[in-house]
Design a protein around this ligand. Sequence first.
Ligand code: DX5
Ligand code: ZN
Length: 213
Amino acid sequence: MKISPSILAADFSCLYQEISRVEGEADSLHFDIMDGHFVPNLTFGPGLVASLRKKVNLPFNVHLMVDNPQEWISPFVDAGADLITVHLETCRHLDRLVTVIKEKGTKVGVALNPATSLQELEYVVSEVDIVLAMTVNPGFGSQSFLFSVIPKIRDLREIIKKRRLSLEIEVDGGINEDTAARAIEAGASILVAGTAVFGASDPGKAILRLKNS
Ligand code: DX5
Ligand code: ZN
């Protein structure tokens, strides 16, 4: 299982130092891009990703919580994203967008809000690298894990088995040592963690604790 720390929970006044503390243990770095429309919060854009790209060696996973995600693919690819995850709820032409991202040589993920069903993924799931099951309603860090999403993670694991797909299941929101175990047991293989990592006194050790839980 892999841990992807979300920099949303880091101290922005010393962001690079914060990231250096997890570079040894993290498997990738998670960037939460929020536009104040799809979600009621604003974060940062491709400029920040590009400036960190010059200093950090981890794979960069960009989680787009924005309306009109098609307008933001090229800027984030150019900024150095290794994986771009778009929300199903924001895509009118999901198949087209998945193709556009893959053609740029970038991995592609599709995220689902807690209330969104797996059904609409049926004919596109074989084309994606990651399905991200949100375990909080997107927009903020430090929210509580929604256990109602566990059956969706199990169902997706079943679909992967039945159709022999190679995609990974990622979960995002409210991950701590207790909920990490529940998500993994249900079938997730990548955990995004903000508060549990950057809120800890030693973020590197916090990642190892999550992995051992
Ligand atoms: C929520 C974001 C998450 C958030 C997770 O909209 O997508 O990535 O940073 O934060 P924690 O781990 O604190 O719930
Ligand atoms: Zn996220």
